[in-house]
Each structure stands twice: as C-alpha cells, then as structure tokens.
Design a binder for this molecule. Structure first.
Ligand SMILES: NC(=O)c1ccc[n+]([C@@H]2O[C@H](COP(=O)([O-])OP(=O)(O)OC[C@H]3O[C@@H](n4cnc5c(N)ncnc54)[C@H](O)[C@@H]3O)[C@@H](O)[C@H]2O)c1
Ligand SMILES: [Zn+2]
Length: 359
C-alpha cells in the first residue's frame, strides 16, 4: 500500500489485480460511504461501468453511471457542465462520492467536477490506463483545457483513495499503453535507475501486461510519483523534476494540435531533446542519452520527429504555464536518477538541438 500525504489529508493508493471488484469494500474501509456517482467515458464505461457499479452495490452503496465521449477534446468546461446537470438531476449531495473510472481525461474532468460541485464532494480515482495508474491519478491535479492551452483551468483536489486494477490494462490499445511506458521510463530516469534494468530485461512481459510483474511495476511507479508529490504538492521545487522532457513535449503537442501526436511520443522526443541539451552543456553523460534512446526504441517510442517548425516549438515553450517568468527551466540529468533544474540553457543550444531532433 502506498500513501500520499497532501495538505487536504492522506490517501492510500491500492494496487491489486482484480481490485475493481473490491471497489465498494475498499471505499468503505477508506470511510467513503455516500451514494456513488461513477463518471467514465464511452470507451471505458461500457467495458467496466457495470462491474464497478455491482461492486459498489454489493458493498451497500447506491451507484449510477454517467459517460461522456472519450478523448482529449472532452476535457472541457462543457463536459463539466454536463456532469453538474447530471449530478443535480440525481440529487447528488455533499456526502455523495464521485468515482472517476477511466484514463487521465476522466480523472482530470471528474476530479475537477468533484472539486467544484457543492464546493467539493469526496473523490475516488479508479485509473484504467497505464498513464493514469502511474501518473495522473496521483497528486491531486484536476482540470480541463481551454482554447488557449491545455490544463489552464483546474484545482488541486486530492482523492480519498486511489484504486488501481492493472488487469484493466489488458483492454487498453497498444498506443495507450505506450503513453504510460513513456511516463514510467521518465520515472526511472529521474528517480529509480534500477527500474531501467527492469524495463530493459522484462520488456516482453511488461508489454504483454503480465499480472504479477505489472502489479509490481505499477506499484513501483506510483510510489515514485507519490513520494515526489508528498514532498512537494504544489510544484514549488521537487515536483518540477517530473517535468523531465515535458518542456519540449508540451510545446510539440501545442504545435501539433494535441491530436496527431500521442503524449508518450512527445515525451520520448522531449526527453531526447533534454538529454542532448544536457550532453552539449556538459551536464549529461552521452551514455545516459544512448541508453534512454535504446529503451524508447524497445517500447516503440520515437526519438525524432521530423517536419516540425523549430521556431513554432520554441514559441510554444515560452507560452507554457510552467515557464517561470521569461527563462525556460530545463530538467537535465547529471546521471541516471540525478535530475537537476537549470535555467541557464542558452537559447541557441535549444535551437540547435531542436533543429537536429525535429529535422
Ligand atoms: N492530473 C495529472 O496530474 C495528470 C498527469 C498526467 C496526465 N494528465 C492528463 O491525462 C490525460 C491523458 O491520460 P490518458 O493517456 O489516460 O488518456 P485518456 O483518458 O484519453 O485515455 C486514452 C484512451 O484509452 C481509453 N482507455 C482508458 N482505459 C482503458 C482501458 N482499460 N481499456 C480500454 N480503453 C481504455 C480511453 O477511453 C481513451 O480513449 C491528458 O489529458 C493529460 O493532461 C493528468
Ligand atoms: Zn508525459
């Protein structure tokens, strides 16, 4: 069991093969016992909504299900408005619980609805994608996109419990799985070099979502994220290391309009850029960049992205909300597991590296 300490209280992350069928019992023992309003998308809802509801009802909880169209374009205030309407229609009250059953999009949208409906009702995260299990469901960030950019509207709102069932990953399309692996590789690079060995030696079993190994793997990753956000919930310092590769990744996504490029693909290219900047600055040993490139390849994540406009990507970096004042902060690696935050990377180094990687 992994515990996160947040300003709003502690919560446990429960990871178990088949945990979905124990959802009601787990919520009960976490002291969340109000009527459950399960929110999902139209890909995950039909697969797992009924099982979640049955588990809740077996534990004596009322349960109803609401779904919205799957995909990033649903991460909007319109979707949240639809959820408010549904909650009001069904007389959801302060003691009711919102259960976010889905990937990162559902977690962010349903989490934001929970944070704001009646000024906040209890939230339970039930992540169903690898990315949501190892990253998005942990740390209390919720929110939606705005036409001007991703995640611009939101709230810090930690869940009461996170229930992760890695068996659900067997229905996740391979491309979706890859996004999660990109985040896991990032975790290994910034905080757990031993996991790089595991990613290398057990790639086949991980990619096949083998039960025992996947439970261990999700747990190891969740522990890294939990540890970082426990120490720095509001991104004052340490949490920033989770942005390794993301300065470039977010800019690539902005330039490509969030649909063409998968997040994990933008991540691996972004980490490639960071490693190469680090190498040219004399911060990152060449061997680190070479090893991470080999691992990306093993998980079919790209290390190049030809045809993007370098100037546009740099422009998008300057727009990202994670940029402190005018300087761009780079997370670089001094070694595997040793990130540093640098705000002195010369712009022409950035430009040259981008020109090489995006060529
Ligand atoms: N709050 C945070 O801290 C945080 C961190 C990282 C990412 N995010 C957000 O998470 C989102 C990305 O999350 P994601 O990659 O999970 O995307 P997603 O929620 O869109 O899920 C990807 C696709 O997989 C489907 N899916 C999910 N689980 C499935 C399953 N078990 N079986 C079959 N299909 C399944 C979904 O319906 C969707 O079509 C982005 O909006 C990102 O901003 C948030
Ligand atoms: Zn990422």
């Amino acid at each position: 069991m992994i515990t996160v300490d947040s300003r709003a209280g502690r919560y446990d992350i429960h990871i178990q093969w088949g945990a979905l069928d124990d959802l009601g019992v787990l919520m009960h023992s976490a002291g969340v016992a109000g009527a459950a309003f399960v929110i999902s998308d139209d890909a995950v809802g039909p697969l797992y909504g009924e099982r979640a509801a049955t588990s809740l009802r077996n534990a004596g909880l009322e349960a109803s299900l609401h779904t919205f169209p799957a995909g990033e374009s649903s991460k909007s205030l319109d979707t949240v408005r639809g959820i408010y309407d549904w909650l009001l229609h069904h007389h959801a009250e302060r003691a009711s619980t919102i259960v976010a059953l889905g990937g990162g999009v559902v977690g962010d949208v349903a989490g934001f609805a929970a944070a704001t409906y009646l000024r906040g009702v209890p939230l339970v995260q039930v992540p169903t994608s690898l990315l949501a299990m190892v990253d998005a469901s942990i740390g209390g960030k919720t929110g939606v996109d705005h036409a001007r950019g991703k995640n611009l509207i939101g709230a810090f709102y930690p869940p009461r419990i996170v229930v992760s069932d890695p068996s659900l990953l067997t229905t996740l399309p391979p491309r979706g799985l890859r996004d999660g692996f990109a985040e896991a590789i990032k975790h290994a690079l910034i905080a757990d070099p031993g996991m790089l060995d595991l990613l290398e030696s057990e790639a086949n079993r991980l990619l096949a979502v083998e039960a025992e190994l996947m439970v261990e793997f999700v747990g190891r990753n969740a522990a890294i994220k939990a540890n970082v956000v426990t120490q720095d919930e509001r991104e004052g310092g340490l949490r920033m290391i989770l942005n390794y590769g993301h300065t470039t990744a977010h800019a690539i996504e902005a330039v490509t309009g969030y649909e063409r490029v998968m997040h994990g693909e933008a991540d691996s290219v972004g980490m490639t850029v960071a490693a190469e900047i680090g190498r040219r600055m004399g911060v990152t040993p060449a061997s680190v960049g070479e090893r991470q490139a080999r691992i990306f390849e093993r998980y079919t994540l790209p290390t190049r992205m030809p045809g993007l406009d370098v100037a546009a990507v740099i422009g998008a970096m300057a727009y990202d909300k994670k940029v402190a004042s005018k300087t761009i902060r780079w997370i670089l690696l001094e070694a595997e597991g040793k990130p540093v935050i640098r705000d002195d990377v010369p712009m022409d180094v950035v430009r040259n590296v981008l020109a090489d990687v995006l060529r």
